[in-house]
Design a protein around this ligand. Sequence first.
Ligand SMILES: *Cc1c(COP(=O)(O)O)cnc(C)c1O
Length: 380
Amino acid sequence: MHFETRAIRVGQEPDEATGATIVPIYQTSTFTQEEIGRNKGFEYTRSGNPTRAALEACLASLEEGKYGLSFASGLAAEHAVLSMLRPGDHVIAPFDLYGGTYRLFTQVLEPMNIRFTFLDFTDPVKLASAFLPETRMAWIETPTNPTLKIFDIAAIVNECHRHNVLSVVDNTFATPYFQKPLSLEADIVVHSTTKYINGHSDVVGGAVVVNDKVIWNKVRFYQNSIGGVSSPFDAWLTLRGLKTLAVRMQQHERNAFAVARFLQKHPKIEGVLYPGLEGHPGYNTAKKQMTGFGGLVSVYLKGGFSEVNLFLKNLKVFSLAESLGGVESLANYSTRMTHASYPEKLKNQIGITDNLVRLSVGLEHADDLTDDLKQALAKF
Ligand SMILES: *Cc1c(COP(=O)(O)O)cnc(C)c1O
């Protein structure tokens, strides 16, 4: 079946007990057992819940993977995956990461003696020489947050295979609608479902999808043992949002193109980062591995903090807020918001400067979005 159909149908058969067309919210912590050791497949909601199971099945199907796991947040999903590492193990990762991922790596895992090497993943020579005998995992995030760099998943995964290293792809920005890392032979996909997958800015959640049963069992063990599971209600809301992922992503992309093209021509804009623009350094790789370019546009304003502040204060349709991927357009000042936990030096190196604004282009009418940007740019 096609993506659109699977989003609406997989894991979502009518309820066996009542015929309810929509998967019910099984808001229960526990399940009554018929006799010792006999139950209907569920015992305790941390270990498994039917609403969560429906979401997990659907997520797996959309990523074209075999097994899905749903978590209380993207970072909880990442932590469950990283729990496979042991002291002394080494991980390679790009300089460009979601700020919270970088904080998890450097402030939670490094003190536990897991070592990280950060490097430029667009440089194949540097990448090839970053693998050590202790390297167990490569962490790939593409497109990156917030500078929208594109890394060649197949090339990096190929290098990982040569070194017998697990590859993890954070697919939050592209979503499975535009990019399927497991089909490019990555081992593990992680998501912040908070973003496009739920899509309505009303749930914090995360997911892991894999093809390998051994990896699935390991991550599932950590999901249950650490306990960062999604609640039945959050799983239900996410499943509700997920049904429309395909149409939302198409419109996010159309609106993002409209915003990117408008900003490209504006005299108060120094530069526009959108992987769908031919001048973008990752354009060819994006075309190769993605079926669309997504809904995020980052922009360098002419000016510094005070100009950006005036611009952001005067936006009326775009909201100044953390997060992305919802139906409403958001503007984020990465250096002080999502990437506040990044060291200054690293921020400058990867292009998170004080005139950079990340726009999560929502589903309002494109003309209202460009009009809003136009009036706010006129304020400085
Ligand atoms: C938001 C985000 C995360 C973290 O997810 P939470 O749901 O906020 O815990 C991880 N990776 C990327 C790319 C993100 O945008």
